[in-house]
Design a protein around this ligand. Structure first.
Ligand SMILES: [Zn+2]
Length: 128
């Protein structure tokens, strides 16, 4: 996996970590504890005192955020629908060890999708 730069434009901090393809990560800003923005390209990271440089980056983040959020949300929802379809199909089978294992795996996959794509839950999102 390649590495990407993650930034917090409020605190003007940056760190390198494994690429997540825009998915939500557990990475947090070391200064404010907020979520970090994964840069999709290799940007020159301005020095902390470079107000103009960071304002430019902040603008790029603000411009890219709605499209990225919508894309990730849509992909998460379609993944979730597919998992739920499989859970339903397996649940209808007669009980067996194999069925239980598949259902366990699907449940794990489902919570991973919720975490990475949908901020922990679709229910949470609709309340915002
Ligand atoms: Zn911060």
């Amino acid at each position: 996996m390649s590495n990407r730069t993650y930034i917090c434009v409020e605190c003007r901090t940056a760190k390198r970590a494994e690429a997540a393809g825009g998915l939500k990560t557990d990475l947090r800003c070391s200064s404010c504890g907020g979520t970090l923005w994964e840069l999709s390209h290799r940007w020159r990271i301005p020095k902390k005192a470079d107000k103009k440089g960071w304002e430019e980056l902040a603008e790029i983040v603000a411009q890219s955020r709605p499209a990225r959020d919508a894309f990730i949300q849509a992909r998460g929802e379609s993944k979730l629908a597919e998992i739920d379809r499989q859970i339903e199909a397996f649940s209808a089978r007669k009980p067996s060890e194999k069925r239980e294992k598949f259902l366990r795996d699907l449940a794990r996959e489902r919570s991973q999708v919720l975490r990475q794509y949908l901020d922990g839950g679709v229910e949470l999102d609709s309340n915002r």
